[in-house]
Design a protein around this ligand. Structure first.
Ligand code: PEP
Ligand code: MG
Length: 595
Protein backbone atom coordinates (compact mmCIF):
# COMPACT_ATOMS: atom_id res chain seq x y z
CA UNK A 1 0.00 0.00 0.00
CA UNK A 2 1.17 3.47 -0.87
CA UNK A 3 2.78 5.28 2.11
CA UNK A 4 3.85 8.89 2.51
CA UNK A 5 6.79 9.75 4.76
CA UNK A 6 7.63 13.35 5.49
CA UNK A 7 11.17 14.55 6.10
CA UNK A 8 13.25 17.56 5.26
CA UNK A 9 14.11 18.12 1.60
CA UNK A 10 17.82 18.97 1.47
CA UNK A 11 18.56 18.59 -2.23
CA UNK A 12 15.85 19.36 -4.81
CA UNK A 13 14.60 17.17 -7.66
CA UNK A 14 12.62 13.96 -8.07
CA UNK A 15 14.09 10.45 -8.10
CA UNK A 16 12.16 7.21 -8.59
CA UNK A 17 13.81 3.82 -8.14
CA UNK A 18 13.82 0.67 -6.00
CA UNK A 19 15.13 1.08 -2.45
CA UNK A 20 18.58 -0.15 -1.56
CA UNK A 21 18.75 -0.53 2.22
CA UNK A 22 22.17 0.35 3.42
CA UNK A 23 23.20 -1.12 6.77
CA UNK A 24 26.67 -1.20 8.22
CA UNK A 25 26.31 -4.02 10.71
CA UNK A 26 24.51 -6.98 9.20
CA UNK A 27 26.69 -10.00 9.83
CA UNK A 28 27.30 -12.60 12.55
CA UNK A 29 30.75 -13.14 13.95
CA UNK A 30 31.37 -16.81 14.85
CA UNK A 31 33.39 -17.89 17.91
CA UNK A 32 35.48 -21.06 17.93
CA UNK A 33 38.69 -22.36 19.52
CA UNK A 34 41.89 -22.54 17.49
CA UNK A 35 45.17 -24.39 17.98
CA UNK A 36 47.38 -23.14 15.16
CA UNK A 37 48.05 -19.59 16.31
CA UNK A 38 50.45 -18.81 13.46
CA UNK A 39 47.84 -19.78 10.88
CA UNK A 40 45.34 -17.56 12.66
CA UNK A 41 47.73 -14.58 12.63
CA UNK A 42 48.42 -15.22 8.96
CA UNK A 43 44.67 -14.98 8.27
CA UNK A 44 44.61 -11.65 10.07
CA UNK A 45 47.59 -10.38 8.07
CA UNK A 46 45.91 -11.26 4.79
CA UNK A 47 42.71 -9.49 5.85
CA UNK A 48 44.68 -6.42 6.90
CA UNK A 49 46.60 -6.39 3.62
CA UNK A 50 43.36 -6.58 1.66
CA UNK A 51 41.91 -3.78 3.77
CA UNK A 52 44.97 -1.66 3.06
CA UNK A 53 44.46 -2.25 -0.68
CA UNK A 54 40.81 -1.22 -0.39
CA UNK A 55 41.65 1.96 1.48
CA UNK A 56 44.45 2.91 -0.91
CA UNK A 57 42.14 2.40 -3.87
CA UNK A 58 39.39 4.50 -2.32
CA UNK A 59 41.93 7.17 -1.42
CA UNK A 60 43.14 7.43 -4.99
CA UNK A 61 39.67 7.44 -6.41
CA UNK A 62 38.50 10.18 -4.05
CA UNK A 63 41.62 12.29 -4.77
CA UNK A 64 40.84 12.02 -8.48
CA UNK A 65 37.13 12.76 -8.17
CA UNK A 66 36.78 15.10 -5.20
CA UNK A 67 40.30 16.29 -4.47
CA UNK A 68 43.00 15.68 -1.89
CA UNK A 69 41.11 17.35 0.92
CA UNK A 70 38.18 14.93 0.89
CA UNK A 71 40.52 11.95 0.63
CA UNK A 72 42.43 12.83 3.79
CA UNK A 73 40.01 10.83 5.92
CA UNK A 74 41.18 7.61 4.23
CA UNK A 75 44.77 8.38 5.10
CA UNK A 76 43.63 8.61 8.70
CA UNK A 77 41.95 5.20 8.26
CA UNK A 78 45.19 3.75 6.93
CA UNK A 79 46.96 5.03 10.03
CA UNK A 80 44.43 3.32 12.29
CA UNK A 81 45.01 0.10 10.37
CA UNK A 82 48.75 0.39 10.75
CA UNK A 83 48.65 1.10 14.46
CA UNK A 84 51.15 -1.41 15.91
CA UNK A 85 49.58 -1.47 19.36
CA UNK A 86 46.38 -2.78 17.83
CA UNK A 87 48.24 -5.71 16.29
CA UNK A 88 50.07 -6.35 19.53
CA UNK A 89 46.86 -6.41 21.52
CA UNK A 90 45.30 -8.83 19.04
CA UNK A 91 48.30 -11.15 19.35
CA UNK A 92 48.24 -11.07 23.15
CA UNK A 93 44.53 -11.82 23.20
CA UNK A 94 44.99 -14.68 20.75
CA UNK A 95 47.75 -16.28 22.81
CA UNK A 96 45.71 -15.94 25.97
CA UNK A 97 42.26 -17.00 24.74
CA UNK A 98 42.99 -19.10 21.61
CA UNK A 99 39.93 -17.99 19.76
CA UNK A 100 39.48 -17.30 16.07
CA UNK A 101 40.78 -13.85 15.06
CA UNK A 102 37.44 -12.47 13.85
CA UNK A 103 35.98 -13.08 17.30
CA UNK A 104 39.02 -11.43 18.91
CA UNK A 105 38.87 -8.45 16.60
CA UNK A 106 35.16 -8.05 17.23
CA UNK A 107 35.59 -8.28 21.01
CA UNK A 108 38.48 -5.83 21.13
CA UNK A 109 36.69 -3.38 18.89
CA UNK A 110 33.61 -3.45 21.14
CA UNK A 111 35.77 -2.94 24.23
CA UNK A 112 37.53 -0.04 22.57
CA UNK A 113 34.24 1.56 21.51
CA UNK A 114 32.84 1.24 25.06
CA UNK A 115 35.89 3.04 26.45
CA UNK A 116 35.70 5.79 23.83
CA UNK A 117 31.96 6.25 24.37
CA UNK A 118 32.41 6.73 28.10
CA UNK A 119 34.57 9.80 27.45
CA UNK A 120 32.46 12.92 27.09
CA UNK A 121 34.44 14.40 24.24
CA UNK A 122 33.07 14.52 20.72
CA UNK A 123 36.54 14.05 19.25
CA UNK A 124 36.54 10.55 20.69
CA UNK A 125 33.16 9.84 19.17
CA UNK A 126 34.48 10.77 15.73
CA UNK A 127 37.50 8.54 16.34
CA UNK A 128 35.17 5.71 17.32
CA UNK A 129 33.30 6.02 14.05
CA UNK A 130 36.59 5.92 12.11
CA UNK A 131 37.82 2.97 14.13
CA UNK A 132 34.58 1.07 13.53
CA UNK A 133 34.77 1.80 9.84
CA UNK A 134 38.28 0.31 9.58
CA UNK A 135 37.57 -2.73 11.80
CA UNK A 136 34.45 -3.46 9.84
CA UNK A 137 36.52 -3.69 6.66
CA UNK A 138 39.02 -6.09 8.26
CA UNK A 139 36.25 -8.25 9.71
CA UNK A 140 34.50 -8.50 6.40
CA UNK A 141 37.67 -9.71 4.73
CA UNK A 142 38.11 -12.32 7.47
CA UNK A 143 34.52 -13.45 7.09
CA UNK A 144 34.74 -13.05 3.34
CA UNK A 145 31.57 -11.04 3.50
CA UNK A 146 31.42 -8.34 0.92
CA UNK A 147 31.23 -5.03 2.74
CA UNK A 148 28.07 -3.30 1.63
CA UNK A 149 29.23 -0.38 -0.42
CA UNK A 150 27.73 2.07 -2.79
CA UNK A 151 30.64 2.04 -5.20
CA UNK A 152 29.30 -0.41 -7.75
CA UNK A 153 25.55 -0.57 -7.87
CA UNK A 154 23.79 -2.91 -10.25
CA UNK A 155 20.85 -0.70 -10.96
CA UNK A 156 19.60 2.78 -10.30
CA UNK A 157 18.63 2.89 -6.63
CA UNK A 158 17.37 5.10 -3.87
CA UNK A 159 19.79 4.70 -0.97
CA UNK A 160 17.89 4.35 2.31
CA UNK A 161 20.10 4.53 5.42
CA UNK A 162 20.26 5.57 9.04
CA UNK A 163 23.33 7.58 8.21
CA UNK A 164 26.06 7.68 5.62
CA UNK A 165 29.70 7.91 6.64
CA UNK A 166 32.12 10.09 4.68
CA UNK A 167 33.54 6.98 3.04
CA UNK A 168 30.06 5.81 1.97
CA UNK A 169 29.17 9.14 0.43
CA UNK A 170 32.51 9.83 -1.14
CA UNK A 171 32.70 6.42 -2.79
CA UNK A 172 29.08 6.38 -3.95
CA UNK A 173 28.36 5.42 -7.57
CA UNK A 174 26.62 8.66 -8.47
CA UNK A 175 25.30 7.34 -11.78
CA UNK A 176 23.25 4.69 -9.98
CA UNK A 177 22.65 6.20 -6.54
CA UNK A 178 20.01 8.61 -7.81
CA UNK A 179 18.28 9.56 -4.57
CA UNK A 180 18.94 9.53 -0.82
CA UNK A 181 16.60 8.92 2.12
CA UNK A 182 18.47 9.27 5.40
CA UNK A 183 17.40 9.28 9.00
CA UNK A 184 20.21 11.27 10.60
CA UNK A 185 21.67 14.62 9.77
CA UNK A 186 20.72 18.16 9.01
CA UNK A 187 20.79 20.52 6.07
CA UNK A 188 24.44 21.08 6.83
CA UNK A 189 25.39 17.44 7.44
CA UNK A 190 28.04 15.93 5.23
CA UNK A 191 25.64 13.77 3.23
CA UNK A 192 23.19 16.65 2.65
CA UNK A 193 25.95 18.93 1.43
CA UNK A 194 27.38 16.32 -0.89
CA UNK A 195 23.90 15.48 -2.21
CA UNK A 196 23.38 19.12 -3.16
CA UNK A 197 26.86 19.41 -4.60
CA UNK A 198 26.28 16.28 -6.69
CA UNK A 199 22.70 17.38 -7.46
CA UNK A 200 21.15 14.16 -6.14
CA UNK A 201 17.59 14.58 -4.71
CA UNK A 202 17.72 13.90 -0.98
CA UNK A 203 15.43 13.83 2.04
CA UNK A 204 16.68 13.54 5.61
CA UNK A 205 15.00 13.17 8.99
CA UNK A 206 12.91 10.11 8.09
CA UNK A 207 12.69 8.23 11.40
CA UNK A 208 13.92 4.62 11.19
CA UNK A 209 14.37 5.07 7.46
CA UNK A 210 15.72 1.59 6.64
CA UNK A 211 13.12 -0.11 8.87
CA UNK A 212 10.23 1.73 7.24
CA UNK A 213 11.08 0.63 3.73
CA UNK A 214 11.49 -2.89 2.32
CA UNK A 215 14.51 -3.59 0.14
CA UNK A 216 13.47 -3.35 -3.49
CA UNK A 217 10.25 -1.42 -2.82
CA UNK A 218 9.67 1.33 -5.28
CA UNK A 219 10.42 4.72 -3.71
CA UNK A 220 9.81 8.26 -4.89
CA UNK A 221 12.03 10.99 -3.40
CA UNK A 222 10.88 14.57 -3.79
CA UNK A 223 13.85 16.56 -2.55
CA UNK A 224 11.97 19.87 -2.84
CA UNK A 225 9.05 19.11 -0.54
CA UNK A 226 10.86 16.53 1.65
CA UNK A 227 8.28 13.90 0.71
CA UNK A 228 9.13 10.22 0.29
CA UNK A 229 6.51 7.88 -1.17
CA UNK A 230 6.96 4.17 -0.62
CA UNK A 231 5.20 1.64 -2.87
CA UNK A 232 3.40 4.35 -4.83
CA UNK A 233 0.25 3.42 -6.76
CA UNK A 234 0.49 3.38 -10.53
CA UNK A 235 -1.41 6.63 -10.57
CA UNK A 236 1.04 8.39 -8.20
CA UNK A 237 3.96 6.96 -10.07
CA UNK A 238 2.64 8.20 -13.39
CA UNK A 239 2.19 11.63 -11.89
CA UNK A 240 5.71 11.83 -10.53
CA UNK A 241 7.27 10.45 -13.71
CA UNK A 242 5.48 13.18 -15.58
CA UNK A 243 6.54 15.77 -13.01
CA UNK A 244 10.11 14.53 -13.29
CA UNK A 245 10.07 14.82 -17.06
CA UNK A 246 8.59 18.28 -16.91
CA UNK A 247 11.12 19.28 -14.30
CA UNK A 248 14.01 18.09 -16.48
CA UNK A 249 12.55 19.83 -19.54
CA UNK A 250 11.99 23.02 -17.58
CA UNK A 251 15.47 22.97 -16.15
CA UNK A 252 16.98 22.50 -19.60
CA UNK A 253 14.79 25.23 -21.05
CA UNK A 254 15.52 27.63 -18.21
CA UNK A 255 19.21 27.04 -18.62
CA UNK A 256 18.95 27.57 -22.39
CA UNK A 257 16.94 30.76 -22.26
CA UNK A 258 18.80 32.35 -19.39
CA UNK A 259 22.33 31.31 -20.34
CA UNK A 260 24.68 34.15 -21.10
CA UNK A 261 22.16 36.73 -19.96
CA UNK A 262 22.59 38.85 -16.88
CA UNK A 263 19.81 38.73 -14.32
CA UNK A 264 17.87 41.82 -15.24
CA UNK A 265 14.44 43.05 -14.15
CA UNK A 266 11.73 44.19 -16.59
CA UNK A 267 12.75 47.77 -15.90
CA UNK A 268 16.38 46.95 -16.73
CA UNK A 269 17.95 46.78 -13.31
CA UNK A 270 20.75 44.23 -13.02
CA UNK A 271 20.75 41.92 -10.02
CA UNK A 272 23.99 40.14 -9.25
CA UNK A 273 23.37 36.37 -9.05
CA UNK A 274 26.19 34.33 -7.64
CA UNK A 275 26.76 30.84 -6.29
CA UNK A 276 27.31 29.35 -2.84
CA UNK A 277 29.95 26.64 -2.86
CA UNK A 278 31.42 24.17 -0.40
CA UNK A 279 33.32 21.75 -2.65
CA UNK A 280 35.66 22.41 -5.58
CA UNK A 281 33.41 20.45 -7.95
CA UNK A 282 30.73 23.10 -7.48
CA UNK A 283 32.87 25.60 -9.40
CA UNK A 284 31.99 23.78 -12.59
CA UNK A 285 28.29 23.77 -11.66
CA UNK A 286 28.52 27.50 -10.98
CA UNK A 287 30.13 28.19 -14.36
CA UNK A 288 27.56 25.99 -16.12
CA UNK A 289 24.69 28.08 -14.79
CA UNK A 290 26.47 31.34 -15.55
CA UNK A 291 26.94 32.49 -11.99
CA UNK A 292 28.34 36.02 -11.86
CA UNK A 293 30.70 35.04 -9.11
CA UNK A 294 30.85 33.09 -5.88
CA UNK A 295 28.84 34.94 -3.27
CA UNK A 296 29.66 32.53 -0.46
CA UNK A 297 32.55 30.09 -0.36
CA UNK A 298 32.11 28.16 2.90
CA UNK A 299 35.83 27.69 3.53
CA UNK A 300 35.30 25.60 6.66
CA UNK A 301 34.71 22.60 4.40
CA UNK A 302 38.46 22.62 3.82
CA UNK A 303 38.84 21.88 7.52
CA UNK A 304 36.35 19.06 8.07
CA UNK A 305 36.69 15.31 7.54
CA UNK A 306 40.38 15.30 8.13
CA UNK A 307 42.81 14.85 10.96
CA UNK A 308 44.95 17.94 10.63
CA UNK A 309 44.59 21.57 9.69
CA UNK A 310 45.17 22.54 6.07
CA UNK A 311 48.37 24.59 6.05
CA UNK A 312 48.75 28.01 4.44
CA UNK A 313 49.97 26.51 1.17
CA UNK A 314 47.04 24.11 0.81
CA UNK A 315 44.55 26.85 1.58
CA UNK A 316 46.28 29.25 -0.80
CA UNK A 317 46.07 26.67 -3.62
CA UNK A 318 42.39 26.04 -2.94
CA UNK A 319 41.41 29.73 -2.80
CA UNK A 320 43.58 30.70 -5.78
CA UNK A 321 42.01 27.88 -7.86
CA UNK A 322 38.51 29.26 -7.26
CA UNK A 323 39.64 32.84 -7.92
CA UNK A 324 41.27 31.81 -11.20
CA UNK A 325 38.33 29.68 -12.35
CA UNK A 326 35.83 32.47 -11.72
CA UNK A 327 37.84 35.31 -13.30
CA UNK A 328 36.77 38.06 -13.97
CA UNK A 329 33.97 37.52 -11.46
CA UNK A 330 34.43 38.09 -7.74
CA UNK A 331 34.74 35.29 -5.19
CA UNK A 332 33.55 36.04 -1.67
CA UNK A 333 35.49 33.89 0.76
CA UNK A 334 33.76 33.48 4.08
CA UNK A 335 36.35 32.95 6.80
CA UNK A 336 36.06 29.70 8.78
CA UNK A 337 32.64 29.21 10.34
CA UNK A 338 33.18 26.15 12.50
CA UNK A 339 31.21 25.34 15.62
CA UNK A 340 27.42 25.33 15.83
CA UNK A 341 26.54 22.21 13.87
CA UNK A 342 29.78 22.19 11.89
CA UNK A 343 31.97 20.24 14.18
CA UNK A 344 35.67 19.79 13.45
CA UNK A 345 37.36 17.39 15.83
CA UNK A 346 40.96 18.42 15.32
CA UNK A 347 40.14 22.07 15.99
CA UNK A 348 39.07 21.00 19.47
CA UNK A 349 35.61 22.43 19.22
CA UNK A 350 34.21 20.45 22.13
CA UNK A 351 30.57 19.58 22.64
CA UNK A 352 28.66 22.50 24.11
CA UNK A 353 25.22 22.69 25.68
CA UNK A 354 24.10 25.34 23.21
CA UNK A 355 26.41 24.97 20.22
CA UNK A 356 24.42 27.35 18.01
CA UNK A 357 24.89 30.06 20.63
CA UNK A 358 28.38 28.99 21.39
CA UNK A 359 31.96 29.08 20.31
CA UNK A 360 31.62 29.39 16.57
CA UNK A 361 32.74 31.43 13.56
CA UNK A 362 34.68 34.66 14.40
CA UNK A 363 34.41 33.88 18.10
CA UNK A 364 36.47 30.77 17.48
CA UNK A 365 38.84 32.60 15.11
CA UNK A 366 39.53 35.40 17.58
CA UNK A 367 40.38 32.81 20.20
CA UNK A 368 42.71 31.09 17.72
CA UNK A 369 44.54 33.94 15.99
CA UNK A 370 47.19 31.55 14.68
CA UNK A 371 44.56 29.55 12.75
CA UNK A 372 42.77 32.69 11.61
CA UNK A 373 45.91 34.49 10.49
CA UNK A 374 47.07 31.48 8.51
CA UNK A 375 43.78 31.53 6.68
CA UNK A 376 43.99 35.29 6.10
CA UNK A 377 47.53 34.98 4.71
CA UNK A 378 46.34 32.29 2.29
CA UNK A 379 43.38 34.46 1.25
CA UNK A 380 45.53 37.55 0.71
CA UNK A 381 48.03 35.62 -1.37
CA UNK A 382 45.22 34.10 -3.45
CA UNK A 383 43.87 37.60 -4.13
CA UNK A 384 46.73 38.07 -6.59
CA UNK A 385 45.00 35.55 -8.89
CA UNK A 386 41.53 37.02 -9.22
CA UNK A 387 38.97 39.18 -7.51
CA UNK A 388 38.64 38.05 -3.93
CA UNK A 389 36.42 39.58 -1.28
CA UNK A 390 36.39 38.47 2.33
CA UNK A 391 33.46 38.20 4.68
CA UNK A 392 33.26 37.47 8.36
CA UNK A 393 30.57 35.21 9.82
CA UNK A 394 28.54 35.86 12.99
CA UNK A 395 29.61 39.46 13.53
CA UNK A 396 27.53 40.69 16.47
CA UNK A 397 28.88 44.20 17.01
CA UNK A 398 31.57 46.76 16.30
CA UNK A 399 34.19 45.56 18.79
CA UNK A 400 34.16 42.12 17.27
CA UNK A 401 34.49 43.52 13.76
CA UNK A 402 37.33 45.79 14.83
CA UNK A 403 39.15 42.92 16.55
CA UNK A 404 38.89 40.89 13.39
CA UNK A 405 40.13 43.82 11.31
CA UNK A 406 43.13 44.30 13.59
CA UNK A 407 44.24 40.78 12.72
CA UNK A 408 43.57 41.49 9.05
CA UNK A 409 45.83 44.58 9.20
CA UNK A 410 48.56 42.63 10.97
CA UNK A 411 48.52 40.02 8.22
CA UNK A 412 48.60 42.70 5.50
CA UNK A 413 51.64 44.33 7.18
CA UNK A 414 53.44 41.01 7.50
CA UNK A 415 52.91 40.22 3.83
CA UNK A 416 54.06 43.71 2.90
CA UNK A 417 57.25 43.24 4.85
CA UNK A 418 57.79 39.91 3.14
CA UNK A 419 57.20 41.55 -0.26
CA UNK A 420 54.38 39.17 -1.07
CA UNK A 421 51.99 40.47 -3.72
CA UNK A 422 48.30 40.72 -2.96
CA UNK A 423 45.32 42.86 -3.90
CA UNK A 424 45.47 46.02 -1.84
CA UNK A 425 41.89 46.96 -2.65
CA UNK A 426 40.44 43.76 -1.30
CA UNK A 427 36.91 44.35 0.02
CA UNK A 428 35.78 43.25 3.47
CA UNK A 429 32.22 42.65 4.55
CA UNK A 430 30.21 41.25 7.42
CA UNK A 431 27.61 38.57 7.36
CA UNK A 432 24.50 39.95 8.97
CA UNK A 433 23.11 36.91 10.71
CA UNK A 434 22.87 37.87 14.37
CA UNK A 435 19.95 40.18 15.32
CA UNK A 436 22.30 42.56 17.16
CA UNK A 437 24.11 43.18 13.85
CA UNK A 438 20.81 44.23 12.28
CA UNK A 439 20.13 46.63 15.12
CA UNK A 440 23.60 48.11 14.57
CA UNK A 441 23.51 47.92 10.78
CA UNK A 442 23.83 51.71 10.45
CA UNK A 443 27.08 51.62 12.45
CA UNK A 444 28.44 48.46 10.89
CA UNK A 445 27.76 49.81 7.40
CA UNK A 446 30.27 52.59 8.06
CA UNK A 447 33.04 50.06 8.67
CA UNK A 448 32.25 47.48 5.99
CA UNK A 449 32.55 47.41 2.19
CA UNK A 450 29.45 45.21 1.89
CA UNK A 451 26.83 43.27 3.81
CA UNK A 452 25.65 39.75 3.13
CA UNK A 453 22.61 38.65 5.09
CA UNK A 454 22.84 35.05 6.28
CA UNK A 455 19.16 34.34 6.61
CA UNK A 456 19.75 30.73 7.69
CA UNK A 457 21.23 31.91 10.94
CA UNK A 458 19.38 35.20 11.20
CA UNK A 459 16.05 33.35 11.23
CA UNK A 460 17.30 30.86 13.82
CA UNK A 461 18.54 33.57 16.18
CA UNK A 462 15.70 35.99 15.62
CA UNK A 463 12.93 33.43 16.12
CA UNK A 464 14.86 31.31 18.64
CA UNK A 465 14.46 28.22 16.47
CA UNK A 466 17.42 25.84 16.20
CA UNK A 467 17.87 25.47 12.45
CA UNK A 468 18.77 21.77 12.64
CA UNK A 469 16.06 20.57 15.03
CA UNK A 470 13.28 18.80 13.07
CA UNK A 471 10.90 19.01 16.03
CA UNK A 472 10.57 22.78 15.79
CA UNK A 473 11.08 23.09 12.04
CA UNK A 474 7.48 24.34 11.70
CA UNK A 475 8.55 27.50 13.56
CA UNK A 476 11.43 28.20 11.22
CA UNK A 477 9.70 30.82 9.09
CA UNK A 478 11.45 33.02 6.50
CA UNK A 479 8.18 34.90 5.89
CA UNK A 480 7.83 35.92 9.56
CA UNK A 481 7.14 39.69 9.68
CA UNK A 482 10.10 40.14 12.03
CA UNK A 483 12.43 38.56 9.45
CA UNK A 484 11.05 40.82 6.72
CA UNK A 485 11.60 43.91 8.89
CA UNK A 486 15.16 42.87 9.72
CA UNK A 487 16.06 42.38 6.06
CA UNK A 488 14.55 45.77 5.28
CA UNK A 489 16.41 47.51 8.09
CA UNK A 490 19.73 46.01 6.99
CA UNK A 491 19.22 46.82 3.30
CA UNK A 492 18.23 50.39 4.12
CA UNK A 493 21.28 50.95 6.33
CA UNK A 494 23.47 49.62 3.52
CA UNK A 495 21.78 51.90 0.98
CA UNK A 496 22.16 55.00 3.17
CA UNK A 497 25.87 54.30 3.56
CA UNK A 498 26.37 53.37 -0.09
CA UNK A 499 27.39 49.72 0.26
CA UNK A 500 25.86 46.68 -1.49
CA UNK A 501 23.68 44.29 0.49
CA UNK A 502 23.22 40.71 -0.66
CA UNK A 503 21.54 37.63 0.77
CA UNK A 504 23.37 34.31 0.82
CA UNK A 505 21.06 32.21 3.02
CA UNK A 506 18.69 29.62 1.52
CA UNK A 507 15.99 32.29 1.14
CA UNK A 508 17.99 33.74 -1.78
CA UNK A 509 17.40 30.58 -3.83
CA UNK A 510 13.66 30.38 -3.16
CA UNK A 511 11.73 32.11 -5.95
CA UNK A 512 8.85 32.77 -3.58
CA UNK A 513 10.86 35.56 -1.97
CA UNK A 514 12.72 37.08 -4.93
CA UNK A 515 10.33 39.96 -5.63
CA UNK A 516 10.03 40.85 -1.96
CA UNK A 517 13.80 40.79 -1.40
CA UNK A 518 14.45 43.09 -4.36
CA UNK A 519 11.67 45.39 -3.18
CA UNK A 520 13.21 45.53 0.29
CA UNK A 521 16.46 46.82 -1.23
CA UNK A 522 18.56 43.69 -1.70
CA UNK A 523 20.94 44.17 -4.64
CA UNK A 524 22.53 40.72 -5.02
CA UNK A 525 21.60 37.10 -4.31
CA UNK A 526 23.84 34.10 -3.76
CA UNK A 527 22.53 30.52 -3.75
CA UNK A 528 23.25 26.86 -4.56
CA UNK A 529 24.19 26.76 -8.28
CA UNK A 530 21.20 24.53 -9.05
CA UNK A 531 18.80 27.38 -8.12
CA UNK A 532 20.34 30.09 -10.31
CA UNK A 533 18.43 29.52 -13.61
CA UNK A 534 15.06 29.69 -11.85
CA UNK A 535 15.88 32.86 -9.93
CA UNK A 536 17.26 34.44 -13.08
CA UNK A 537 13.98 33.69 -14.87
CA UNK A 538 11.95 35.03 -11.95
CA UNK A 539 13.94 38.29 -11.92
CA UNK A 540 13.39 38.80 -15.65
CA UNK A 541 9.62 38.98 -15.02
CA UNK A 542 9.81 41.30 -12.02
CA UNK A 543 9.44 45.06 -12.24
CA UNK A 544 11.53 46.72 -9.54
CA UNK A 545 9.10 49.58 -8.96
CA UNK A 546 6.27 47.07 -8.47
CA UNK A 547 8.53 45.07 -6.15
CA UNK A 548 9.06 48.18 -4.01
CA UNK A 549 5.32 48.77 -3.79
CA UNK A 550 4.85 45.13 -2.81
CA UNK A 551 7.55 45.42 -0.13
CA UNK A 552 5.78 48.45 1.36
CA UNK A 553 2.54 46.46 1.57
CA UNK A 554 4.27 43.40 3.03
CA UNK A 555 6.00 45.51 5.70
CA UNK A 556 2.55 46.40 6.99
CA UNK A 557 1.35 42.79 7.17
CA UNK A 558 0.96 41.07 10.50
CA UNK A 559 1.43 37.36 9.93
CA UNK A 560 3.66 35.02 7.94
CA UNK A 561 0.57 33.35 6.51
CA UNK A 562 -0.69 36.60 5.06
CA UNK A 563 2.74 37.42 3.63
CA UNK A 564 3.27 33.98 2.13
CA UNK A 565 -0.09 33.87 0.49
CA UNK A 566 0.51 37.19 -1.33
CA UNK A 567 4.02 36.16 -2.39
CA UNK A 568 2.89 32.72 -3.54
CA UNK A 569 0.05 34.15 -5.56
CA UNK A 570 2.33 36.58 -7.39
CA UNK A 571 5.14 34.08 -7.96
CA UNK A 572 2.80 31.34 -9.15
CA UNK A 573 0.98 33.67 -11.53
CA UNK A 574 4.28 34.73 -13.09
CA UNK A 575 5.81 31.28 -13.24
CA UNK A 576 2.65 29.81 -14.72
CA UNK A 577 2.30 32.55 -17.30
CA UNK A 578 5.90 32.23 -18.46
CA UNK A 579 6.09 28.47 -17.89
CA UNK A 580 8.88 28.05 -15.38
CA UNK A 581 7.23 26.50 -12.30
CA UNK A 582 9.98 24.37 -10.77
CA UNK A 583 8.68 22.89 -7.50
CA UNK A 584 6.76 19.75 -8.47
CA UNK A 585 4.13 20.45 -5.82
CA UNK A 586 3.25 23.61 -7.67
CA UNK A 587 2.76 22.18 -11.11
CA UNK A 588 1.97 18.50 -10.56
CA UNK A 589 -1.58 19.07 -9.55
CA UNK A 590 -2.27 21.95 -11.88
CA UNK A 591 -4.96 21.53 -14.54
CA UNK A 592 -2.57 21.62 -17.46
CA UNK A 593 -0.55 18.75 -16.00
CA UNK A 594 -3.55 16.61 -15.38
CA UNK A 595 -4.70 16.99 -18.91
C1 PEP B 1 23.48 31.68 6.71
O1 PEP B 1 23.56 31.59 7.93
O2 PEP B 1 22.46 32.10 6.12
C2 PEP B 1 24.62 31.31 5.84
C3 PEP B 1 24.59 31.54 4.55
O3 PEP B 1 25.68 30.67 6.40
P1 PEP B 1 25.66 29.15 6.90
O4 PEP B 1 24.42 28.50 6.32
O5 PEP B 1 26.90 28.52 6.40
O6 PEP B 1 25.61 29.30 8.37
MG1 MG C 1 25.44 31.38 8.90
Amino acid sequence: MERYLQGLGVSPGIAIAPALLFFHDRYDVPTYAVTDLDAEMARLDVAMRETRNDLENIYERVVAELGERHAAIFQAHLMILEDVTLREELTEYLVEHRHNVEHILDTLTKQYVRTMDSVDDPRFRERTADMLDVMDRVLRHLLETERPNLRRLEQESIIVAHDLTPSDTASMDTNKAIGLVIEAGSVTSHSAILARALEIPAVIGIVDAPESVKAGSLVIVDGSSGRVIVDPTRETCKRYVKAQQRLAARRAKLLRVTKGKPACTRDNVNVMLSANIELPLEIEHSLNVNAQGIGLYRTEYLFIDRDSLPDEEEQYEAYAAVARAMQPHPVVLRTIDVGGDKFVSHLQTLKEDNPQLGWRAVRFCLAHPEIFKTQLRAIFRASAHGTIEVMFPMISGLEELRNVKTLVSEVACELDEEDVSFDRNIKFGSMIEVPSAVMLADLLAQENDFFSIGTNDLIQYLLAVDRVNEKIAYLYEPAHPAVVRMIHQTAQAARVHGIPCSICGEMAGDALYTELLLGLGITALSMAPVAIPLIRAEISHIHLEEARTLAKQVLKMRTAKEIKSVLAERHLARAKKYDYLMAPDQFMFSDEDNS
